[in-house]
Design a protein around this ligand. Structure first.
Ligand code: HEM
Length: 206
């Protein structure tokens, strides 16, 4: 089976779901196997934060991949990846809300005001809510052109997520820098100048 046929196959989406659930399964496995280290909450917060960012970058890579490879089938995975981004973000947020603030909304609000990196992360979460709610066919039809404009917010969310990471690290900037570079490439692609590298019109890319 060719790569294009594999991307289009009926098994591709169930397989993608399984792959997206692997990080969750690994974390649950580690939690039940006493494998989260000395500070399990910190480890869970960090892992879910990293997976949120990875899924966000993957989601935003689908359009450039379509343009660079000429394969429209990549777009089939965009919504699925976007919803897993939201899922890991919701886990990331809930771990912090429960472990750090015991579901106390007032304490949570004070922390959001007090710590700038939390302000950035929380803003990204608020902005992602309408995107998650409108990620179904009925809303796409109902909102028409407005849907596309609304979903451009994802680039602001990405910028906030990367800044949130850069702001919170105290010493080793390597990881956030790698994420930031990928984010800048995707933002530049969105802005236009890299579109000339598109292989879309090249039959050899199909
Ligand atoms: C799109 C939104 C977000 C992204 C992409 C994101 C991503 C990340 C990443 C990559 C880390 C660091 C992981 C590591 O050090 O290995 C992190 C840590 C953290 N995030 Fe988020 N996050 C987001 C939203 C939020 C929200 C909404 C909250 C809570 C309101 C939050 C609270 C935290 C906390 C408390 C940490 C750990 C900070 C520490 O090391 O002391 N994040 N996040």
């Amino acid at each position: 089976m060719s790569f294009t046929a594999a991307l289009r196959s009926a098994y591709a989406k169930p397989l993608a779901h399984l792959l997206c659930l692997v990080p969750l399964a690994a974390l649950l496995w580690a939690a039940f196997d006493d494998g989260l280290g000395a500070n399990p909450v910190e480890r869970l917060t960090h892992e879910t934060g990293q997976w949120t960012l990875r899924f966000l970058l993957l989601t935003l890579s689908m359009t450039p991949l379509r343009q660079w490879t000429g394969l429209a089938a990549w777009i089939r995975f965009r919504r699925l990846l976007g919803l897993y981004t939201f899922f890991y973000l919701a886990c990331h947020f809930m771990i912090w809300f429960i472990a750090d603030h015991s579901l106390d909304v007032i304490a949570m609000g004070e922390d959001i005001i007090k710590r700038p990196y939390i302000t950035l992360g929380f803003s990204a979460l608020l902005l992602m809510l309408p995107l998650a709610i409108t990620s179904n066919q009925a809303m796409i039809r109902r909102l028409g052109k407005k849907w596309k404009s609304l979903h451009q917010l994802v680039y602001l969310i990405l910028s906030l997520g990367v800044l949130h990471f850069i702001w919170l690290v105290k010493a080793d900037y390597l990881e956030p820098t790698i994420y930031a570079i990928i984010a800048v490439v995707l933002l530049l692609h969105r802005a236009g100048p890299m579109k000339r590298f598109s292989l879309r019109s090249s039959p050899a890319a199909r």
